[in-house]
Design a binder for this molecule. Structure first.
Ligand SMILES: [Zn+2]
Length: 304
């Protein structure tokens, strides 16, 4: 059978259109990982946002670091598909992942782990002028915040849930004690893409709040490595592979080792904080978080 020239031409044009949309029009922040799976990679370690297309609509994972990012994400989604954003899954409740919810919901329904709403509401209460301050950053930020409303998750799940959307399956898994009160990893088993939340970050010290423990982080990394993902998309930092987890494991092992040695020499926590050096990680960002890392390692050492 011979194809009609007009059809061939139409096919070529549509191919070229798809190619050109992917190459330029989505902007430098958007990277493609698989067919229909994109990540808006945050600038300078700002939070990442997953964009997953399905036959029945779009699933977003987090809503961008700032509302200016959320607006750019929405513009990119509109270029990719005319289908609506059906769900927005939160990897964590912190503002650098959730302030932009109002840009997408409605129509998107926001899903998070139990505890996310409470965490978000507490933060709103603690800093009632947060949005005003953010608007003062730049005229672009003020414009992006137009119509701001506080949007909490409409659905909270417990431990594990599955979202089936079109041809895709999203497995949501609670990560206990890795970063916030409600951390979620999102696993696409067929595509082998894992959104790993902020259990591990890239080239950066993570903030270890009192609810976070290093054994919990290591257990979460082991579980996620066991899924055998092809791509790992962390909450912050350049997406990659399970090497992200391995680098983080190596760092905590070394940290615990050094803190342990100093503790056995009779040094106090304060002395360790003053004296401990990790020259191997001098290039990592957010050095102000090192004391929280040492405290968490000290807890591990003292519990042994
Ligand atoms: Zn966070």
């Amino acid at each position: 059978m011979k194809a009609k020239p007009a059809l061939v031409l139409a096919a070529i044009i549509s191919l070229l259109l798809v190619r050109s949309i992917e190459a330029q029009d989505l902007g430098p922040q958007i990277k493609k990982f698989k067919d229909g799976i994109y990540v808006y990679v945050g600038k300078e370690l700002n939070s990442n946002c997953g964009i997953v297309l399905t036959q029945e609509g779009v699933i977003l994972i987090d809503s961008g670091h700032n509302p200016t990012d959320s607006r750019a994400i929405l513009a990119a989604v509109k270029k990719l598909t005319s289908l609506p954003i059906r769900f927005l899954i939160d990897t964590e409740p912190h503002p650098d992942h959730t302030t932009g919810h109002f840009v997408f919901s409605p129509p998107a329904v926001v899903i998070a782990h139990e505890g996310a709403t409470e965490s978000m509401k507490n933060r709103e209460r603690e800093s009632p002028d947060r949005i005003q301050k953010l608007a003062a950053v730049s005229p672009e930020m003020r414009a992006a915040l137009e119509g701001y409303r506080f949007v909490a998750p409409q659905i909270e799940y417990r431990q594990k849930t599955t979202l089936n959307m079109g041809e895709r399956t999203f497995e949501l898994m609670y990560l206990k004690g890795v970063h916030s009160e409600a951390d979620t990893a999102i696993w696409l088993p067929k595509e082998r893409v894992l959104f790993s939340a902020s259990a591990a970050v890239v080239n950066q010290y993570n903030i270890l709040r009192p609810i976070v423990t290093i054994p919990d982080i290591l257990a979460a990394l082991k579980m996620m490595k066991g899924l055998n993902p092809e791509f790992v998309i962390p909450g912050h930092g350049t997406p990659g592979t399970v090497k992200i987890f391995e680098d983080t494991e190596r760092y905590y092992d070394l940290l615990i080792d050094r803190v342990g040695k100093m503790a056995r020499e009779g040094k106090s926590l304060d002395e360790i904080k003053k004296e401990l050096r990790m020259p191997e990680y001098d290039s990592w960002a957010s050095k102000d978080r090192i004391p929280s890392n040492i405290e968490a390692a000290y807890k591990v050492v003292k519990s042994k």
